[in-house]
Design a protein around this ligand. Structure first.
Ligand code: HAM
Length: 482
């Protein structure tokens, strides 16, 4: 009796014993172990204890599907990555901002058919307000810009690092929560802003030893599609929906895209023209299609010229297939990809000059990007560029006798005040063998021991664990040598 059959019998028995469905589903593995030992009576006893409020609930120790815990080793890596995000943002003179994790749902319920809207973690709070866990940071940023109003001195150059929630189908590097690093420039209409952002992205890659052989950034401009739609006299109000549909070209079969465009009211001759335009990868072909005087051509050419100034031209390539799946982009759009094509987009962004007006403000030039924490780590692993992140301390301080705990605490404090990372052994009765092992685990540089003989003269034993040398020092000498 395996699988469903076995579980069915368990369920039936448990129900007879008076268990509710959620009571025995708390941990399937736990139930299985008990049931296999034929000890349903124990469960029944627990039930009795539970009704008296004395039983501890057996919970599953896994985080919810698609989410992560960050135990120390993962947290160290995360901190390192976020430090790099911050370092690069500051190099470009951006200021850090943050927003609430929960926002009003209507900040996200745009009507262009975006995937992100269908993936919302939304719920009603206890006050009956419709709220959602933020799936991205851009709407919050727009809200804050609106709230602060015109009193601010533009341009704003803001960056944020925040957790975002999307109920996604999980693939490598895509999960239901991720952290995103965003850099946004508000108030600059020209592509000089995009050039700064692209340069920041390249600076970040370079800091991680990723080269333009590993990663490329595809750049296009939504005005290309806009020009194509105008050519076919398609209403501007279907522009966002068309962008969202064609963004799915590499995920869905072409016929499905064609049928969606058809449903959106795009005539078949225009569908052909749109799909053709998306294959363009050279400025000459682009000019031939939409004319050299087109705004899209001018902006793209200017952006690529600026890229040469920054020395990042090797990283960029014009590729009209990049449209991006968010409805609010109005101009330049870009996405970084791994050249081996093993992973999903590493980061993406673009210009969104009309987002603020969709929230009731004035049109305000804006552009930015979002850079997730997941795909980049996959890439670093793939390229063997991810170093280890050990827990490291400078000194381990230990009293060899309980009576010396108080001076040991004093020495640890003095060492810490000089900036050294100090592990004070606070457990009792630890043997030297344990201490040496502990020093090894912590990759400690020094071991400072307080023994009764040396301490009578106000001295401590200092073991340099790298040089394997032992000296006896006064506390002042120890601090001076730190
Ligand atoms: P996005 O393309 O939806 O853009 O997300 C930006 C980046 O966040 C992606 O390229 C990827 O690195 C990461 N990301 C997105 N979804 C997931 C997921 N489910 N799991 C792991 N990583 C993910 C935006 O969110 C825009 N708001 C970016 C922006 C800022 N545009 C202008 N300013």
């Amino acid at each position: 009796m395996r699988g469903r059959g076995l579980w069915g019998v368990f369920r039936q028995r448990l129900r007879r014993l008076g268990f509710g469905a959620n009571e025995y589903l708390i941990s399937q593995q736990h139930l299985q172990i008990r049931a296999m030992s034929g000890d349903l009576a124990v469960v029944a006893k627990d039930k009795e204890a539970s009704s008296k409020g004395t039983m501890q609930t057996q919970i599953t120790t896994d985080p919810p599907r698609g989410t992560r815990d960050f135990p120390p080793e993962d947290m160290r890596m995360r901190t390192w990555l976020f430090d790099k995000f911050r370092e690069v943002s500051r190099l470009f003179a951006f200021e850090e901002v943050d927003f609430p994790m929960v926002e009003s749902e209507d900040l996200y319920t745009r009507k262009a058919g975006e995937e992100i809207v269908g993936q919302l973690y939304n719920f009603e709070d206890k006050g009956g307000r419709k709220v959602a866990l933020r799936p991205e940071l851009t709407p919050s940023l727009a809200r804050l810009v609106l709230q602060k109003g015109r009193a601010q001195s533009f341009p704003l150059k803001w960056f944020a690092i925040g957790q975002c929630w999307r109920y996604e189908r999980m693939t490598r590097g895509r999960r239901r929560e991720h952290y995103q690093w965003n850099m946004d420039i508000i108030g600059v209409p020209g592509v000089e802003a995009e050039a700064e952002l692209l340069s920041a992205i390249v600076t970040f890659f370079t800091k991680l030893n990723i080269t333009s052989d590993d990663v490329g950034i595809k750049v296009s401009n939504r005005k290309v599609l806009q020009a194509v739609l105008e050519k076919y006299d398609i209403q501007p109000d279907s522009f966002a929906a068309v962008c969202v549909i064609v963004d799915k070209l590499d995920k869905l079969p072409r016929e499905e895209i064609e049928s969606e465009l058809d449903k959106a009211g795009v005539p078949s001759v225009a569908i052909e023209g749109i799909l053709q335009a998306l294959t363009l990868q050279s400025f000459d072909d682009l000019e031939a299609l939409i004319g050299a005087e087109s705004g899209a051509v001018a902006e793209l050419k200017q952006l690529f010229a600026l890229a040469e100034g920054y020395g990042i031209q090797d990283w960029l390539r014009f590729d009209a297939s990049v449209v991006r799946g968010l409805a609010y982009y109005t101009g330049t759009v870009f996405e970084a990809f791994d050249k081996e094509k093993k992973l999903r987009a590493i980061c993406g962004g673009g210009r969104y000059d009309r987002l603020l007006s969709t929230y009731g403000g004035q049109d305000t030039p804006a552009c930015g990007f979002g850079f997730g924490d997941a795909v980049i780590v996959e890439l670093l692993k793939e390229k063997k560029l991810l170093r280890a992140f050990p827990h490291e301390v400078d000194d381990v301080v230990m009293a060899l006798d309980d009576s010396l705990k108080i001076p040991a605490a004093g020495i640890a404090s003095r060492l810490r005040s000089t900036g050294r990372v100090v592990e004070l052994v606070i457990e009792k009765g630890k043997k030297m063998k344990w201490v040496f092992k502990h020093c090894e685990t912590l990759k400690a540089k020094r071991l400072v021991l307080l023994g009764t003989t040396e301490w009578k003269e106000g001295k401590v034993l200092v073991k340099d664990l790298n040089l394997r040398e032992q000296t006896v020092k006064t506390v002042d000498e120890l601090i001076a040598s730190s």
